[in-house]
Design a protein around this ligand. Structure first.
Ligand code: PLP
Length: 383
């Protein structure tokens, strides 16, 4: 097969003509900040997530941070999470002066090992933050059983999980709090952005205040025809409100996300079939016993011979294929070692995977011929 001239990136958002038209309309409307379109996006997201409360933010990071504040996380508290995640998950815990307590992953699913959570709980533990890594749901029933018994809150970092289902229920339609990301690499995007899904009206109110300086009246309420420009500040919140420009993108992506996910899953299945007999060279994400739907966010593989991982990535790059080693386990970063005393060896399964993992291109607009080329390059490397 010919070397492809174009570069095949790890990911690429697909923005439809309808989306572009809607964004142009917003740009021409005279109202760009949080307003009617953000409200509409929240209403549509709420329908998608089983009529639960939804608050949009400028990012999932901001949504995770605000959620931790809303559930009352304070300095000295402990929050259990996985080391194999993007640093946002643990940074927001650390930012509040709380302690991220990592629990090792399962080598096959790359998700937090739920069986090890209970042993990590102390009297300081206040919450569990599982991550549905790559779009594969964590085994939530036993996790929620521990949370219930120990009176812990659960914030599911669902950045990878728009469209993921666990035992027939879509992530976001049940459970405690879920936070989704609409970063451009994700299954659906709003440029940058994210949302929090939850039931509590009180916590929803806190999130609303949190994202706009603790001001008790939304900017739309203040500047629209019947609004009042006066307001009170009830606590010092952040500035992480979504704009109507972002919401316009997100609204159309939400209509398209299930269809786009189907295609992502199609490509993921093609990779699985192509690599089925290469188990001695590369390991794919395991398939749990429970019923689930994968969102097809990432397609991670582990290069069995860890020493070959960097050469593998360089070889693919030289041949115009983008990859990334998502993720370096968080306890190996200098800040986490200095601040919390973590060290190499603490979470051997996360380290095993972290040294070997590579994500291959997976996105809606990938073509089968491009994927055939990627598969051929992967096989060529191992020949
Ligand atoms: C697991 C995980 N959590 C949180 C985030 C943060 O999302 P955002 O970029 O929307 O802040 C990401 C983003 O890549 C992520 O992958």
């Amino acid at each position: 097969m010919q070397k492809v001239e174009k570069f095949l990136p790890l990911s690429r958002p697909t923005i439809s003509k309808e989306t572009i038209d809607e964004v142009v309309k917003v740009l021409e409307s005279g109202w760009l900040a949080t307003g009617p379109l953000t409200q509409k996006f929240e209403t549509e997201l709420s329908k998608y997530f089983g009529d639960r409360n939804v608050a949009c933010f400028t990012s999932a990071t901001a949504g995770l941070h605000a959620s931790l504040i809303a559930i009352g996380i304070k300095p000295g508290d402990e929050v259990i999470t996985t080391p194999l995640t993007f640093v946002a998950t643990a940074n927001v815990i650390a930012m509040l002066g709380a302690r991220p307590v990592f629990v090792d992953i399962e080598r096959d699913t790359f998700n937090i090992n739920v069986k090890k959570i209970e042993a990590a709980c102390t009297e300081k533990t206040k919450a569990i933050m599982p991550v549905h890594y790559a779009g594969l749901p964590v085994d939530l029933d036993p996790l929620y059983e521990i949370a219930k018994r120990k009176n812990l809150r659960v914030i599911e970092d669902s950045a990878h999980a728009v469209g993921t289902s666990y035992k027939g229920r879509k992530i976001g339609t049940f459970g405690d709090i879920q936070v989704f990301s609409f970063h451009p690499i994700k299954n659906m995007t709003s440029g940058e952005g994210g949302c929090v899904v939850l039931d509590s009206e009180n916590e929803m109110k806190t999130l609303g205040l949190q994202r706009f300086h603790g001001i008790d009246r939304s900017i739309w309420d203040r500047f629209s025809k019947n609004g009042s420009t006066y307001y009170d500040v009830v606590f010092p919140g952040f500035k992480s409100n979504m704009s109507d420009v972002q919401a316009a993108i997100g609204l159309h992506q939400l209509i398209e996300v299930e269809m786009m996910n189907e295609r992502r899953r199609h490509f993921a299945n093609r990779y699985r079939e192509a690599f089925a007999d290469m188990g001695d060279k590369l390991m794919m994400q395991g398939i749990p016993q429970y019923d689930f739907v994968h969102s097809g966010h990432l397609f991670p593989i582990c290069i069995v011979d860890a020493k070959k991982r960097d050469d593998f990535m360089s070889f693919l790059k030289e041949n115009s294929v983008g990859t990334t080693p998502y993720y370096t386990p968080l306890h190996l970063f200098s800040y986490y070692q200095k601040e919390f005393g973590f060290k190499k060896g603490d979470f051997p399964e996360a380290e095993y995977v972290g040294e070997r993992i590579v994500c291959l291109p997976l996105y809606y607009s990938l073509q089968e011929s491009d994927q055939d080329y990627i598969i051929e390059m992967v096989k060529k490397f191992f020949k």
